[in-house]
Each structure stands twice: as C-alpha cells, then as structure tokens.
Design a protein around this ligand. Structure first.
Ligand code: SF4
Length: 380
C-alpha cells in the first residue's frame, strides 16, 4: 500500500465505485467471477456428443446459452440468485467456448487479420504463433491503474499480470517490443499451467488476472482453457489492442469482468502509417469497445502521442464521448509516451513522434477531455 496509496483513495470517487461496481464485487469475493457462472450454465449433453457437433451447431448452442447466461448473471448481480443454488451441467457454456476456440485455431480467425492458417498443425499466421501459448513473464503489477491494484477492503496486492508474447498490431513505437515482436520468447504454457499461475497470483493477493502482452488475443484457446481448471474466484481482465474478431468477442463477453482496452489512433491513415497496417483500425476497435462496454466494466487507455493531438487524441476522445457511453466508462489519458523501438532507431522516418508529448499538448488534451465530460482524473 505504501507504494500506491491511490489504490485506497481512488475508491472514494463515486464514479469509480459506480462504474466498476461489478469488478469491485468480484475482487472482494462478494460476487462470483463471470467464468464461474459460465460453469453453471449449460446443457445436460455428454461432452462427447457436443464434440461431435459441427461448428455451426456449436455456435447455435453457444449463442442460446450465452443469452441464458446473461439472465443468470443479472439475477446474481441483483442478489435474487446465488451460484450455490445452481447445478453444474455436464457440458457448460465455458467448455463450449473452449471447444469453439479449438475449432477456430484450425483456421485461425482469433483476430481481424483472419489468417485462416491451421495453427493446431503448427502453421503460423501474422502473429507468428502456432498452437502453443508463450508467457514472457508474470507478476503482481503495481504500475497499473489504481483500481486494478486492490483496495476497497482488498489487500493492495497489485494486478496479477500475465504477459503473452507476440502481437497482431505491431506499432513502430512499441513500448514493449521485446515481448511483442519476438513470439518465440518466453516459456510455453498449457491451460493447466496457466491456471496454476493464475491461482498463485490470486492466492498471493492479486486483485485480478490481467491478460496482456504483446497481445492476449492469439492465445485465446489457452486462456479460456485455463478458466476450466481454475477453482478460485478472481476478476478476469482483458488488456488488449482490441483487434479481436467478432467470434472472439462472442467467446470473451461472458468471461471477462473488466476490460482495459487501448484506443490509440483516431483515424486509419495514422494507424496505417504507425503500425504494420492492413486493417480497418478505427472501425474494428470502436465496434469492439461498444460490444465490451455492453458486457462489462471498462477503463479505456489512450496514449497521447506528440503531434497527434488533433488527428488522434481529440478524435478518440470524441468517439468515447459521442459513440460510447461516456457516463459508464473511465478513461486513462496516458502521458508516458516516449520514442522506442523503430522510432528510437530511425527517428528521421517518424519525426512527428520522435519526442515526448509536451506539457502544452498534455494540457490541451486534459482540457478537451474535461469539456467533453469524460471522467479521467481519478485514473490518469
Ligand atoms: S491470431 Fe490473428 S494474426 Fe494470429 S494467426 Fe490468428 S488471425 Fe492471424
């Protein structure tokens, strides 16, 4: 706690308590995490019968159970139902999700790149990952946003952060490039081992399990699989660039308690120039933010880049205010950008971002966010 006293004081803000109410309740073990509810929603079919279904049949069943899940979760949230009153079905919604992720791996479409490669047979797509997930490191992270560290009655145990290797976006200024650009770094983890890591982090006081990278999306099958083995209660946090495919979002919305998405670029031209490109960045990320917000608590991260206040920062803030629900999200406006990776090596190629943002640019950003009514001050 002495490291981050704001982990205690942040919960005094009514907006933080209201907007992160579900996450806080799970963190404090007052409510079960969504992945645990998923284990109690399902069908009394034998797992073998479900595995024999076609993928479209599986999606049909998944979507039906996902609707059922939302009703059950709403009753658990309002206190009219408890997890203990529910039986465990022979085939749960969670196990269906794991099966669907395995099927998707055979023609990978975990993210919008939709490479279509058979990763189950070792083929590799844009992210460079085959069947195996690799973890670069994991630890109790005390540098994350204050509500993610604990507090509100929970020990300030930090965010139980698990860093997966590789990334499907690859920004030229990547602040984490040793993890993002080298898929073969780290150690291989399967679902059971990942669950053991998650359990260890929670037992040692982590406020949540924070899936990050690199990027967690290419590791979806192992992440969902780990939840089948995990018996502890802990909020699940998705810390992502949000290039998830539509199918991936459908698998995630019933298991993620709190979203920590990046919203970096305000237009596709800047995204194309500053990343590996080839995608509709704004369309994808905005759509996925909308889906995520309908299905959980959310802190959006925006990294302010120098010279990109008008084209990126203000446009992102406009989209948050006008196209998402600014009365439900919290925003972390981050001023720690510095030229890294390719930009540090070849600053002449990206002169616009070859410096830190100025105090004038940060001031202008904060003023603009205030005018829009965005809540960022308790978090940033
Ligand atoms: S996760 Fe994305 S980048 Fe990686 S193989 Fe699948 S679709 Fe391609």
């Amino acid at each position: 706690m002495w490291l981050r006293p704001d982990a205690i004081t942040v919960w005094r803000h009514p907006e933080v308590r209201e907007r992160l109410a579900w996450y806080r309740a799970v963190m404090l073990d007052e409510k079960p995490a969504k992945f645990r509810i998923c284990k109690h929603v399902g069908v009394d079919e034998e797992p073998e019968a479900v595995r024999a279904m076609s993928e479209s049949e599986l999606w049909g069943l998944h979507d039906k159970l996902s609707r059922e899940f939302k009703q059950v979760k709403a009753r658990i949230e309002d206190g009219s139902l408890s997890l203990e009153e529910l039986e465990k079905p022979r085939t749960s919604l969670l196990s269906l999700k794991v099966e669907l992720a395995k099927r998707m791996l055979r023609a990978c479409r975990f993210c919008v790149r939709r490479c279509g490669v058979n990763r189950a047979e070792g083929e590799k797509g844009f992210c460079g990952l085959g069947q195996e997930a690799r973890v670069s490191t994991f630890f109790h992270h005390f540098g994350e946003e204050a509500p993610l560290l604990g507090g509100a009655g929970h020990p300030v145990g930090g965010s139980g952060t698990i860093f997966f290797t590789s990334c499907n976006l690859r920004c030229c200024f990547c602040q984490n490039y040793d993890i993002s650009f080298y898929p073969e770094n780290g150690v291989v983890v399967d679902a059971r081992k990942l669950a053991a890591i998650e359990a260890e982090l929670r037992r040692e006081g982590a406020a949540n399990i924070n899936f990050v990278g690199g990027e967690p999306t290419p590791n979806l099958h192992v992440i969902l699989g780990s939840m089948e083995y995990l018996e502890l209660n802990v909020p699940m946090l998705w810390n992502s660039n949000m290039l998830c495919s539509e199918e991936t979002m459908k698998l995630l919305v019933d298991v993620i308690d709190i979203w920590l998405p990046d919203f970096k670029f305000g237009n596709n031209e800047c995204a194309e120039r500053l990343t590996s490109g080839g995608i509709d960045y704004v369309g994808t990320v905005l759509k996925n933010h909308k889906v995520a917000l309908e299905n959980g608590d959310m802190i959006i991260r925006h990294l302010v880049m120098p010279s990109h206040i008008e084209c990126c920062t203000k446009r992102v803030l406009d989209m948050i205010a006008n196209e998402l629900d600014k009365d439900r999200v919290l925003v972390n406006i981050m001023g720690q950008y510095r030229p890294m990776h390719y930009v540090a090596r070849w600053p002449e190629k990206w002169p616009d971002i070859a410096r830190r943002p100025s105090s004038q640019e940060m001031h202008e950003t904060f003023e603009y966010a205030r005018q829009l009514g965005i809540v960022f001050e308790p978090i940033s």
